[in-house]
Design a protein around this ligand. Structure first.
Ligand code: GBH
Length: 481
């Protein structure tokens, strides 16, 4: 293909801008029952019939566990200087517990899995040898199954302490080399999709549990950060933050006051839910008013733990929808409860898409300007934080045909237009400091199994063979300027 001339685009980003690619342990590693790894809630969800496309499992996934050298060489070939990956908690602590907190019934001799720890040592060292900075996510949804079964998972008031002890093990083993930590990936998904809508592990459906799970995740984040700041940061000199996800909400009728309010409310229920306690000290007022007693309250101690607990603002962004006030909508219309991205009766927001917007293979609309508007909203609401886009990308239908998959011009266009809007945001004063493409290679797309491909590299899941797509070449060209 003709690689478009992207020199001008690259010049619009500062020299120290962090360019990276991202992945997550459960989606790429495979080796589910090798090297002493224990199961996570996602292994159990995989094996529950009907939860995953064609009941596909992540037992092998990209077999990254056995292809480490090859995969790091692929990252290096892109020209990126940062790689965001996650650690599988149950690979390093197979029972979930660490020696600090294990109940007496646990098998103490097998709490720490040195073989699992050694895998990430190899990965980190390989990256550094290739001049690539590791950006480590501590939790990308794969809670050790033992903590779900024995401790009520994210609904347990004690789960935050387990997070903190697991994180401490990672800081102490890797913090000499890892200078960028992300505590949680998209707690909104664990709370809403995992405990509200039943779409992700642990598959629960409730109008109360999402708020409790979210509260405990915020406490877990706060405790992990406190531990790092108190015991490691001064000596190791790294940064620690959280990654939240948010899709933009645009008022359906930009001149209607109640649509403007609906869009604002939808953003507060989505991103403000997690970012307000960290940057402003409490849940958004709109949530406190509407969710009432189902929304936990912070004690003074909890508030202090969470307030200002992120050194940077991690953002995953994929799409945009229109928002309008539920009062506008015919509630008898079965469509009216569709796609609210939250508990609709709490938000009273109706979401929709424009017929003119192109959709990706996930059904998510491609709306580059929504990315800029979201960056500007964050910049204003949270007083100009350093923002890193830790995920952005798209799935397009590629089936298994290699030639077809490699010619992914729609993905090239996606990156080109979204990055153009990122550059505009920077030109408008937003402190956007980095951008990670999702994702390095086609992988296990959670409940969609292997049916949705987001990679810059194509993966043949029958053979494990990887091949670069044109979008990968486009990044090479962009970064070689
Ligand atoms: C991320 O989650 C995950 O971190 C990653 O593991 C995953 O592979 C990747 O995205 C691709 O799915 O505006 O109502 O249409 C994505 C979280 C939440 C993003 C829902 C899209 C659509 C809501 N997603 N959102 S809507």
């Amino acid at each position: 293909m003709d690689i478009p001339n992207n020199k001008k685009l690259h010049q619009r980003f500062p020299d120290d801008f962090v360019w990276g690619v991202a992945s997550a342990a459960f989606q790429v590693e495979g080796a589910a029952r090798e090297g002493g790894r224990g199961p996570s809630i996602w292994d159990a969800f995989n094996y529950t019939p009907g939860k995953i496309h064609l009941n596909q499992t992540a037992d092998i996934a990209c077999d990254h566990y056995h292809r480490l050298e090859e995969d790091v060489a692929m990252i290096a070939a892109l020209g990126v200087k940062a790689y965001r990956f996650s650690i599988s908690w149950s690979r390093v602590l197979p029972q979930g517990y660490s020696p600090k907190n294990a109940p007496s019934r646990a098998d103490k001799s097998k709490l720490i899995n040195e073989e699992g720890l050694a895998f990430y040592d190899r990965l980190i060292n390989l990256l550094l040898e290739n001049n690539i900075q590791p950006w480590v996510t501590l939790f990308h949804w794969d809670l050790p199954l033992a903590l779900q079964m024995e401790q009520d998972g994210l609904l347990s008031s004690e789960v935050a302490d387990y997070f903190a002890d697991y994180a401490e093990l990672c800081f102490s083993r890797y913090g000499d080399r890892v200078k960028h930590w992300i505590t949680l990936n998209e707690p909104w998904c664990s709370a809403m999709l995992g405990h509200g809508m039943g779409l992700k592990a642990p598959g629960r459906i409730s109008t109360e549990e999402p708020y409790l799970a979210a509260h405990n995740l915020l406490l877990a984040h706060g405790k992990m950060v406190k531990n790092y700041r108190d015991n490691f940061q001064a000596q190791q000199g790294g940064q620690i933050g959280i990654t939240n996800n948010c899709d933009w909400r645009e008022p359906k009728n930009p001149n209607a006051k109640n649509d403007q309010a609906a869009a604002q409310r939808a953003l507060e229920f989505f991103l403000g839910w997690f970012a307000d306690p960290i940057y402003l000290g409490d849940y958004p007022q709109s949530m406190r008013e509407r969710v009432k007693e189902r929304l936990p309250k912070f004690t003074d101690e909890e508030r202090a733990l969470i307030f200002k607990s992120s050194d940077f603002f991690g953002l995953n962004h994929y799409t945009t929808r229109y928002a309008e006030d539920m009062a506008n909508i015919d509630k008898d219309d079965p469509q009216s409860s569709h796609g609210n991205g939250g508990i609709s009766s709490d938000q009273d927001v109706y979401l929709s898409q424009d017929d003119a917007w192109e959709e990706t293979d996930m059904g998510w609309a491609v709306v580059p300007w929504g990315c800029r508007k979201l960056l500007e909203w964050i910049d204003q609401r949270y007083d100009h934080p350093d923002i890193y886009i830790t995920e952005n990308g798209c799935a397009i239908p590629e089936e298994d045909d290699l030639a077809k998959a490699q010619n992914d011009s729609r993905r090239v266009e996606f990156y080109e237009t979204y990055l153009d809007q990122c550059a505009q945001a920077i030109e408008n004063g937003v402190k956007l400091k980095g951008y990670f493409a999702w994702t390095l290679m086609d992988n296990y797309e959670w409940e969609e199994g292997y049916s949705k491909r987001f990679g810059l590299y194509h993966v043949d899941f029958a053979t494990g063979e990887r091949n670069i797509k044109n979008s990968g070449r486009w990044f090479q060209a962009l970064l070689s300027k």
